[in-house]
Design a protein around this ligand. Structure first.
Ligand code: DX5
Ligand code: ZN
Length: 216
């Protein structure tokens, strides 16, 4: 079993108290920041100025998930702003191989995300350029949606396709104490959880609970 990492999504935190949200997840490995532009997804969250500021104050690495159109234009700037990893969507990228290289050249890890209905095949020609592959297990746009069971065979296939290349398989959407064991069993090692962490009374304890179940 590969090393388990837990990335709480601040989409489910109090946007008026993001600093406190960061402090409340000290047990996490990184903080997942969902950037939405109201075009690629029907929701609008935050952008470069907020990510830059979070990068300055956060003691946790920033895992930036771009749900935006034209990531070819914007993604490298998130790397320059201090993100530890930048994830763009395969469905939105014009030149994913070039984009992954630019993200790496700007100093961040490069990751590509697949929506639930995007076949894994789309990722195969890009794998060698990636540090992480994100398998979405809900339609991107909102927190608190139920986990899509159809993502489990896709996670298994992704792990198999990656083989020994050392690319992290991240899963985002509906990750909770109820679902995480099955997701880990399918082979994922990086877990994004929004509502299950920030909806809990003690977010740090919720992170540890999810980690414990994933690592069994
Ligand atoms: C959804 C976002 C997720 C979201 C997950 O489009 O990409 O990161 O915050 O929320 P939960 O864990 O509540 O499904
Ligand atoms: Zn996300």
């Amino acid at each position: 079993m590969s090393h388990v990492t837990i990335h709480p999504s601040i989409l489910s935190a109090d946007f008026a108290a993001l600093g406190q949200a960061l402090e409340s997840i000290g047990t996490a490995d990184a903080v997942h920041v969902d950037v939405m532009d109201q075009h690629f997804v029907p929701n609008l969250t935050l952008g470069l100025p907020v990510v830059s500021r979070l990068a300055e104050v956060s003691s946790l690495p920033l895992d930036v998930h771009l749900m935006i159109e034209d990531p070819d234009r914007w993604a490298p700037q998130y790397a320059e702003a201090g993100a530890a990893s930048v994830t763009f969507h395969a469905e939105a990228a014009g030149a994913p191989i070039r984009l992954a290289r630019e993200i790496r050249a700007a100093g961040a890890k490069a990751a590509m995300a697949l929506k639930p209905t995007t076949p894994l095949d789309v990722a195969l020609p890009v794998l060698d350029e990636l540090d992480m592959l994100l398998i979405m297990s809900v339609e991107p746009g909102f927190g608190g949606q139920p986990f899509l069971e159809s993502s489990l065979p896709k996670i298994r296939a992704a792990v198999e396709a990656i083989g020994s290349r050392g690319i992290v398989v991240q899963v985002d959407g509906g990750v909770s104490p109820e679902t995480v064991e099955r997701i880990a069993e399918a082979g994922a090692s990086c877990f994004v959880a929004g509502s299950a962490v920030f909806g809990a009374k003690d977010p740090s304890a919720a992170v540890e609970k999810i980690r414990g179940l994933a690592a069994r």
